[in-house]
Design a protein around this ligand. Structure first.
Ligand code: OSB
Ligand code: MG
Length: 379
Protein backbone atom coordinates (compact mmCIF):
# COMPACT_ATOMS: atom_id res chain seq x y z
CA UNK A 1 0.00 0.00 0.00
CA UNK A 2 1.28 3.46 -0.87
CA UNK A 3 2.53 5.82 1.83
CA UNK A 4 -0.07 8.52 1.18
CA UNK A 5 -2.92 6.05 1.77
CA UNK A 6 -1.33 4.81 4.99
CA UNK A 7 -1.13 8.29 6.46
CA UNK A 8 -4.72 8.95 5.41
CA UNK A 9 -5.80 5.76 7.16
CA UNK A 10 -4.10 6.90 10.37
CA UNK A 11 -5.93 10.20 10.46
CA UNK A 12 -8.18 10.70 13.47
CA UNK A 13 -11.53 12.17 12.48
CA UNK A 14 -12.42 14.21 15.56
CA UNK A 15 -15.85 15.18 16.90
CA UNK A 16 -18.80 16.25 14.73
CA UNK A 17 -21.16 18.95 15.98
CA UNK A 18 -23.96 18.23 13.52
CA UNK A 19 -24.87 15.74 10.82
CA UNK A 20 -27.75 16.40 8.42
CA UNK A 21 -29.21 14.26 5.67
CA UNK A 22 -30.96 16.12 2.86
CA UNK A 23 -32.80 14.98 -0.24
CA UNK A 24 -32.54 17.22 -3.28
CA UNK A 25 -34.14 16.98 -6.70
CA UNK A 26 -32.79 18.93 -9.68
CA UNK A 27 -34.52 18.75 -13.07
CA UNK A 28 -32.37 17.62 -16.01
CA UNK A 29 -32.29 19.86 -19.07
CA UNK A 30 -33.08 16.75 -21.11
CA UNK A 31 -33.94 13.16 -20.15
CA UNK A 32 -31.09 10.66 -19.82
CA UNK A 33 -31.75 7.07 -20.86
CA UNK A 34 -29.84 3.80 -20.53
CA UNK A 35 -30.93 0.42 -21.90
CA UNK A 36 -32.85 -0.02 -18.64
CA UNK A 37 -34.44 3.28 -17.63
CA UNK A 38 -34.80 6.98 -18.45
CA UNK A 39 -34.28 9.64 -15.78
CA UNK A 40 -35.73 13.16 -16.05
CA UNK A 41 -34.15 14.57 -12.89
CA UNK A 42 -31.35 13.99 -10.41
CA UNK A 43 -32.69 13.06 -7.00
CA UNK A 44 -29.90 12.59 -4.49
CA UNK A 45 -29.14 12.33 -0.80
CA UNK A 46 -26.66 14.85 0.55
CA UNK A 47 -24.84 14.48 3.84
CA UNK A 48 -23.66 17.63 5.61
CA UNK A 49 -21.22 17.28 8.51
CA UNK A 50 -20.15 20.19 10.71
CA UNK A 51 -17.25 20.50 13.13
CA UNK A 52 -16.01 23.69 14.76
CA UNK A 53 -17.68 25.87 12.13
CA UNK A 54 -16.27 23.86 9.19
CA UNK A 55 -18.74 22.08 6.87
CA UNK A 56 -18.11 18.95 4.79
CA UNK A 57 -20.44 17.65 2.08
CA UNK A 58 -21.02 14.19 0.66
CA UNK A 59 -23.36 13.28 -2.17
CA UNK A 60 -24.76 9.77 -2.43
CA UNK A 61 -24.71 8.56 -6.05
CA UNK A 62 -27.71 6.25 -5.59
CA UNK A 63 -30.90 7.04 -7.48
CA UNK A 64 -34.34 6.79 -5.88
CA UNK A 65 -34.86 3.65 -8.01
CA UNK A 66 -32.85 0.40 -8.44
CA UNK A 67 -32.38 0.69 -12.24
CA UNK A 68 -28.62 1.21 -12.18
CA UNK A 69 -27.73 -0.52 -8.89
CA UNK A 70 -29.53 -2.24 -6.02
CA UNK A 71 -28.89 0.70 -3.71
CA UNK A 72 -31.50 3.47 -3.64
CA UNK A 73 -31.70 6.77 -1.79
CA UNK A 74 -33.95 5.00 0.73
CA UNK A 75 -31.61 2.07 1.36
CA UNK A 76 -28.66 4.47 1.59
CA UNK A 77 -30.48 6.66 4.13
CA UNK A 78 -31.31 3.53 6.15
CA UNK A 79 -27.68 2.34 6.09
CA UNK A 80 -26.27 5.78 6.94
CA UNK A 81 -28.74 6.40 9.77
CA UNK A 82 -28.89 2.95 11.35
CA UNK A 83 -25.54 1.23 10.69
CA UNK A 84 -22.82 3.50 9.30
CA UNK A 85 -23.06 6.82 11.14
CA UNK A 86 -23.21 5.05 14.54
CA UNK A 87 -19.61 3.80 14.01
CA UNK A 88 -18.28 7.30 13.23
CA UNK A 89 -16.90 8.04 16.72
CA UNK A 90 -14.70 11.06 17.53
CA UNK A 91 -11.57 8.95 18.14
CA UNK A 92 -11.92 6.71 15.09
CA UNK A 93 -9.32 6.87 12.31
CA UNK A 94 -10.21 6.75 8.61
CA UNK A 95 -8.65 3.28 8.48
CA UNK A 96 -10.68 2.22 11.50
CA UNK A 97 -13.80 3.53 9.84
CA UNK A 98 -12.94 1.57 6.70
CA UNK A 99 -12.63 -1.60 8.79
CA UNK A 100 -15.91 -0.91 10.62
CA UNK A 101 -17.68 -0.25 7.31
CA UNK A 102 -16.43 -3.59 5.94
CA UNK A 103 -18.61 -5.41 8.47
CA UNK A 104 -21.60 -4.01 6.58
CA UNK A 105 -22.05 -6.16 3.47
CA UNK A 106 -22.28 -4.12 0.29
CA UNK A 107 -23.98 -0.69 0.33
CA UNK A 108 -20.89 1.02 -1.06
CA UNK A 109 -22.82 4.10 -2.14
CA UNK A 110 -24.01 4.69 1.43
CA UNK A 111 -20.49 4.19 2.78
CA UNK A 112 -19.01 6.55 0.19
CA UNK A 113 -21.48 9.27 1.16
CA UNK A 114 -20.11 9.41 4.70
CA UNK A 115 -16.48 8.96 3.64
CA UNK A 116 -16.81 11.76 1.04
CA UNK A 117 -18.25 14.18 3.61
CA UNK A 118 -15.56 13.35 6.18
CA UNK A 119 -12.75 13.74 3.64
CA UNK A 120 -14.14 17.09 2.46
CA UNK A 121 -14.30 18.18 6.10
CA UNK A 122 -10.75 16.92 6.84
CA UNK A 123 -9.32 18.67 3.79
CA UNK A 124 -11.06 21.92 4.76
CA UNK A 125 -9.77 21.59 8.33
CA UNK A 126 -6.25 21.26 6.88
CA UNK A 127 -6.89 24.07 4.39
CA UNK A 128 -5.89 21.86 1.44
CA UNK A 129 -7.74 20.72 -1.69
CA UNK A 130 -9.19 17.21 -1.60
CA UNK A 131 -6.73 15.89 -4.20
CA UNK A 132 -3.84 17.01 -1.96
CA UNK A 133 -5.35 15.22 1.03
CA UNK A 134 -5.48 12.15 -1.21
CA UNK A 135 -1.75 12.59 -1.80
CA UNK A 136 -1.84 13.73 -5.40
CA UNK A 137 -0.61 16.98 -6.99
CA UNK A 138 -2.88 19.05 -9.21
CA UNK A 139 -3.26 18.15 -12.82
CA UNK A 140 -5.87 19.03 -15.37
CA UNK A 141 -8.52 16.38 -15.92
CA UNK A 142 -9.73 15.03 -19.26
CA UNK A 143 -13.38 15.48 -20.21
CA UNK A 144 -15.89 13.06 -21.68
CA UNK A 145 -19.59 12.91 -22.30
CA UNK A 146 -22.13 10.12 -22.00
CA UNK A 147 -24.96 10.40 -24.52
CA UNK A 148 -28.12 8.54 -23.55
CA UNK A 149 -30.39 6.36 -25.69
CA UNK A 150 -32.19 8.53 -28.24
CA UNK A 151 -35.48 8.08 -30.10
CA UNK A 152 -33.86 8.43 -33.52
CA UNK A 153 -30.45 8.23 -35.20
CA UNK A 154 -30.83 11.88 -36.22
CA UNK A 155 -31.22 12.93 -32.58
CA UNK A 156 -28.15 10.90 -31.69
CA UNK A 157 -26.10 12.48 -34.48
CA UNK A 158 -27.15 15.95 -33.32
CA UNK A 159 -26.04 15.16 -29.77
CA UNK A 160 -22.67 13.78 -30.93
CA UNK A 161 -22.19 16.80 -33.16
CA UNK A 162 -22.75 19.14 -30.22
CA UNK A 163 -20.35 17.17 -28.01
CA UNK A 164 -17.64 17.08 -30.68
CA UNK A 165 -18.01 20.82 -31.32
CA UNK A 166 -17.73 21.52 -27.59
CA UNK A 167 -14.36 19.77 -27.53
CA UNK A 168 -14.99 16.74 -25.32
CA UNK A 169 -12.04 14.35 -25.38
CA UNK A 170 -14.24 11.36 -26.04
CA UNK A 171 -17.86 10.53 -26.67
CA UNK A 172 -19.69 7.60 -25.13
CA UNK A 173 -23.01 6.54 -26.59
CA UNK A 174 -25.46 4.23 -24.88
CA UNK A 175 -26.50 1.17 -26.85
CA UNK A 176 -29.14 -1.51 -26.36
CA UNK A 177 -30.62 -4.39 -28.30
CA UNK A 178 -32.15 -2.90 -31.46
CA UNK A 179 -30.15 0.34 -31.16
CA UNK A 180 -26.60 -0.85 -31.65
CA UNK A 181 -24.66 -1.71 -34.81
CA UNK A 182 -26.57 0.56 -37.21
CA UNK A 183 -26.52 3.42 -34.70
CA UNK A 184 -22.79 3.12 -34.09
CA UNK A 185 -22.15 2.88 -37.83
CA UNK A 186 -24.12 6.09 -38.41
CA UNK A 187 -22.08 7.93 -35.78
CA UNK A 188 -18.80 6.56 -37.09
CA UNK A 189 -19.70 7.49 -40.71
CA UNK A 190 -20.41 11.09 -39.67
CA UNK A 191 -17.53 11.40 -37.19
CA UNK A 192 -14.69 9.21 -38.51
CA UNK A 193 -12.08 10.57 -36.10
CA UNK A 194 -13.72 11.14 -32.71
CA UNK A 195 -12.71 8.94 -29.81
CA UNK A 196 -15.86 6.86 -29.43
CA UNK A 197 -17.06 4.13 -27.07
CA UNK A 198 -20.35 2.44 -26.22
CA UNK A 199 -22.10 1.43 -22.97
CA UNK A 200 -24.77 -1.30 -22.95
CA UNK A 201 -25.55 -1.29 -19.21
CA UNK A 202 -25.78 -5.07 -19.26
CA UNK A 203 -28.32 -5.48 -22.07
CA UNK A 204 -26.65 -8.43 -23.83
CA UNK A 205 -25.94 -12.11 -23.21
CA UNK A 206 -22.94 -14.19 -24.21
CA UNK A 207 -25.12 -15.65 -26.98
CA UNK A 208 -25.05 -12.16 -28.57
CA UNK A 209 -21.28 -12.41 -29.14
CA UNK A 210 -21.66 -12.42 -32.95
CA UNK A 211 -23.68 -9.21 -32.79
CA UNK A 212 -21.11 -7.57 -30.54
CA UNK A 213 -18.29 -8.73 -32.85
CA UNK A 214 -19.81 -6.50 -35.53
CA UNK A 215 -18.81 -3.53 -33.34
CA UNK A 216 -15.13 -4.42 -33.89
CA UNK A 217 -15.43 -2.65 -37.27
CA UNK A 218 -15.86 0.83 -35.74
CA UNK A 219 -12.58 1.50 -33.92
CA UNK A 220 -14.28 1.86 -30.55
CA UNK A 221 -12.14 2.62 -27.51
CA UNK A 222 -14.13 0.02 -25.59
CA UNK A 223 -17.49 -1.61 -24.99
CA UNK A 224 -18.69 -0.92 -21.43
CA UNK A 225 -20.65 -3.54 -19.48
CA UNK A 226 -22.16 -5.52 -22.37
CA UNK A 227 -23.27 -8.42 -20.13
CA UNK A 228 -25.17 -8.63 -16.84
CA UNK A 229 -24.61 -6.09 -14.05
CA UNK A 230 -23.48 -8.95 -11.81
CA UNK A 231 -21.29 -10.88 -14.23
CA UNK A 232 -17.51 -11.09 -14.44
CA UNK A 233 -16.74 -14.61 -15.74
CA UNK A 234 -18.83 -14.44 -18.93
CA UNK A 235 -17.20 -11.12 -19.79
CA UNK A 236 -13.89 -13.01 -19.92
CA UNK A 237 -15.37 -15.45 -22.45
CA UNK A 238 -16.72 -12.54 -24.47
CA UNK A 239 -13.45 -10.59 -24.33
CA UNK A 240 -11.66 -13.60 -25.85
CA UNK A 241 -13.97 -13.31 -28.87
CA UNK A 242 -13.62 -9.53 -29.40
CA UNK A 243 -10.84 -7.25 -30.62
CA UNK A 244 -12.42 -4.23 -28.91
CA UNK A 245 -11.47 -3.88 -25.23
CA UNK A 246 -14.20 -4.50 -22.69
CA UNK A 247 -14.74 -2.17 -19.74
CA UNK A 248 -16.55 -3.15 -16.56
CA UNK A 249 -18.77 -0.73 -14.66
CA UNK A 250 -21.69 -2.29 -12.72
CA UNK A 251 -19.84 -5.54 -11.89
CA UNK A 252 -17.02 -3.89 -9.96
CA UNK A 253 -17.86 -3.16 -6.31
CA UNK A 254 -14.36 -2.95 -4.93
CA UNK A 255 -10.71 -3.91 -5.26
CA UNK A 256 -11.40 -7.64 -4.99
CA UNK A 257 -13.82 -7.57 -7.93
CA UNK A 258 -11.31 -5.55 -9.96
CA UNK A 259 -8.52 -8.06 -9.29
CA UNK A 260 -10.75 -11.03 -10.18
CA UNK A 261 -11.83 -9.31 -13.41
CA UNK A 262 -8.23 -8.55 -14.36
CA UNK A 263 -6.99 -12.05 -13.50
CA UNK A 264 -9.79 -13.66 -15.53
CA UNK A 265 -9.21 -11.35 -18.51
CA UNK A 266 -12.79 -10.08 -18.22
CA UNK A 267 -11.84 -6.52 -19.18
CA UNK A 268 -8.95 -4.33 -20.25
CA UNK A 269 -10.45 -1.15 -18.80
CA UNK A 270 -12.22 -0.34 -15.53
CA UNK A 271 -14.74 2.41 -14.94
CA UNK A 272 -14.28 3.57 -11.34
CA UNK A 273 -17.35 5.23 -9.89
CA UNK A 274 -16.18 6.17 -6.45
CA UNK A 275 -19.65 5.73 -5.00
CA UNK A 276 -20.15 2.26 -6.45
CA UNK A 277 -16.86 0.99 -4.96
CA UNK A 278 -17.50 2.42 -1.49
CA UNK A 279 -15.57 5.66 -1.67
CA UNK A 280 -12.33 7.42 -2.48
CA UNK A 281 -9.88 5.23 -0.55
CA UNK A 282 -11.10 2.10 -2.34
CA UNK A 283 -11.01 4.00 -5.65
CA UNK A 284 -7.36 4.89 -5.05
CA UNK A 285 -6.57 1.25 -4.25
CA UNK A 286 -8.20 0.12 -7.50
CA UNK A 287 -6.51 2.84 -9.55
CA UNK A 288 -3.08 1.88 -8.16
CA UNK A 289 -3.69 -1.86 -8.68
CA UNK A 290 -4.78 -1.22 -12.28
CA UNK A 291 -1.77 1.01 -12.94
CA UNK A 292 0.57 -1.76 -11.72
CA UNK A 293 -1.13 -4.21 -14.07
CA UNK A 294 -1.40 -2.01 -17.17
CA UNK A 295 -5.19 -1.76 -16.98
CA UNK A 296 -6.67 1.56 -18.11
CA UNK A 297 -8.99 3.36 -15.72
CA UNK A 298 -11.42 6.24 -16.06
CA UNK A 299 -13.88 7.93 -13.74
CA UNK A 300 -17.52 7.19 -14.34
CA UNK A 301 -20.27 9.54 -13.33
CA UNK A 302 -23.79 9.28 -11.96
CA UNK A 303 -25.10 12.61 -13.27
CA UNK A 304 -24.07 14.06 -9.94
CA UNK A 305 -24.78 17.56 -8.71
CA UNK A 306 -21.75 19.79 -8.37
CA UNK A 307 -20.80 18.13 -5.08
CA UNK A 308 -20.29 14.64 -6.46
CA UNK A 309 -18.95 16.03 -9.74
CA UNK A 310 -16.19 17.88 -7.86
CA UNK A 311 -15.27 14.68 -5.99
CA UNK A 312 -14.90 12.80 -9.30
CA UNK A 313 -12.64 15.57 -10.61
CA UNK A 314 -10.35 15.57 -7.55
CA UNK A 315 -10.10 11.76 -7.70
CA UNK A 316 -8.75 11.98 -11.24
CA UNK A 317 -5.61 13.70 -9.97
CA UNK A 318 -4.42 10.10 -9.41
CA UNK A 319 -2.28 9.14 -12.44
CA UNK A 320 -3.96 5.73 -12.66
CA UNK A 321 -6.86 7.54 -14.38
CA UNK A 322 -5.42 7.17 -17.87
CA UNK A 323 -8.50 7.81 -20.02
CA UNK A 324 -11.15 10.52 -20.30
CA UNK A 325 -14.15 9.70 -18.12
CA UNK A 326 -17.80 10.70 -17.86
CA UNK A 327 -16.83 14.12 -16.55
CA UNK A 328 -18.95 16.71 -18.34
CA UNK A 329 -19.84 20.34 -17.95
CA UNK A 330 -22.53 21.28 -15.46
CA UNK A 331 -24.50 23.01 -18.23
CA UNK A 332 -25.02 19.68 -19.95
CA UNK A 333 -27.19 18.48 -17.06
CA UNK A 334 -28.75 21.39 -15.20
CA UNK A 335 -30.07 24.90 -15.86
CA UNK A 336 -28.90 25.67 -12.33
CA UNK A 337 -26.72 23.61 -9.99
CA UNK A 338 -26.53 23.88 -6.21
CA UNK A 339 -22.81 24.77 -6.20
CA UNK A 340 -20.45 27.39 -7.58
CA UNK A 341 -18.34 27.41 -9.62
CA UNK A 342 -19.80 25.14 -12.33
CA UNK A 343 -17.66 22.66 -14.28
CA UNK A 344 -16.62 24.27 -17.57
CA UNK A 345 -14.36 22.92 -20.31
CA UNK A 346 -11.29 24.92 -21.21
CA UNK A 347 -10.47 25.63 -24.86
CA UNK A 348 -8.57 22.36 -25.20
CA UNK A 349 -11.34 20.31 -23.54
CA UNK A 350 -9.57 19.89 -20.19
CA UNK A 351 -11.15 20.57 -16.81
CA UNK A 352 -9.39 22.47 -14.03
CA UNK A 353 -9.58 20.93 -10.56
CA UNK A 354 -11.43 23.55 -8.49
CA UNK A 355 -8.81 25.18 -6.25
CA UNK A 356 -9.49 25.97 -2.63
CA UNK A 357 -9.92 23.71 0.37
CA UNK A 358 -11.86 20.44 0.25
CA UNK A 359 -13.92 19.75 -2.85
CA UNK A 360 -13.31 23.37 -3.91
CA UNK A 361 -16.92 24.20 -4.71
CA UNK A 362 -19.37 26.05 -2.47
CA UNK A 363 -22.98 25.08 -1.87
CA UNK A 364 -25.17 28.14 -2.50
CA UNK A 365 -27.79 28.23 0.31
CA UNK A 366 -30.70 29.71 -1.68
CA UNK A 367 -30.22 27.22 -4.49
CA UNK A 368 -29.91 24.34 -2.06
CA UNK A 369 -33.18 25.46 -0.44
CA UNK A 370 -34.90 25.68 -3.83
CA UNK A 371 -34.13 22.04 -4.66
CA UNK A 372 -34.42 20.46 -1.20
CA UNK A 373 -37.30 18.01 -0.77
CA UNK A 374 -36.58 17.03 2.84
CA UNK A 375 -33.98 17.36 5.56
CA UNK A 376 -33.33 15.35 8.71
CA UNK A 377 -30.89 16.06 11.55
CA UNK A 378 -29.10 12.81 12.41
CA UNK A 379 -26.76 14.12 15.07
O1 OSB B 1 -23.62 3.41 -16.93
O2 OSB B 1 -22.23 4.98 -16.70
C1 OSB B 1 -23.38 4.58 -16.62
C2 OSB B 1 -25.65 7.50 -15.63
C3 OSB B 1 -26.52 6.87 -14.78
C4 OSB B 1 -26.41 5.50 -14.58
C5 OSB B 1 -25.40 4.79 -15.23
C6 OSB B 1 -24.50 5.41 -16.07
C7 OSB B 1 -24.67 6.79 -16.30
C8 OSB B 1 -23.85 7.53 -17.25
C9 OSB B 1 -23.81 9.04 -17.11
O3 OSB B 1 -23.34 7.02 -18.23
C10 OSB B 1 -22.52 9.53 -16.64
C11 OSB B 1 -22.55 11.01 -16.32
O4 OSB B 1 -22.69 11.81 -17.23
O5 OSB B 1 -22.43 11.35 -15.12
MG1 MG C 1 -21.79 2.48 -17.47
Amino acid sequence: MSADLRSLEQRVLGPLDHVDLLTVRLPFLSPFGTSIHTWTCKEALLLRVESGGVTGWGECVADPDPYYAYETTSTAAHMVRDFLLPVVRPDVTLGGLDAAFRRVRGHGMAKATIENALLDLAAKQDGVPLHALLGRPRRRVMSGISIGIKDSVDELLAAVDEAAARGYHRVKMKIMRGKDVDWVRAVRDHFPRIRLMVDANGDYALSDAARLQELDAFDLMMIEQPLSYSDIARHAELQAQLATPLCLDESIHGLDDALVAIDLGACRVINIKQGRVGGLLESLRIASACAERGIDVWSGGMDETGIGRAVNIHLQAHPGFTLPGDTSETSRYFAEDIVDPPVVLEDDGFIEIPPGPGIGVTVVPERLARYTLSAERLA
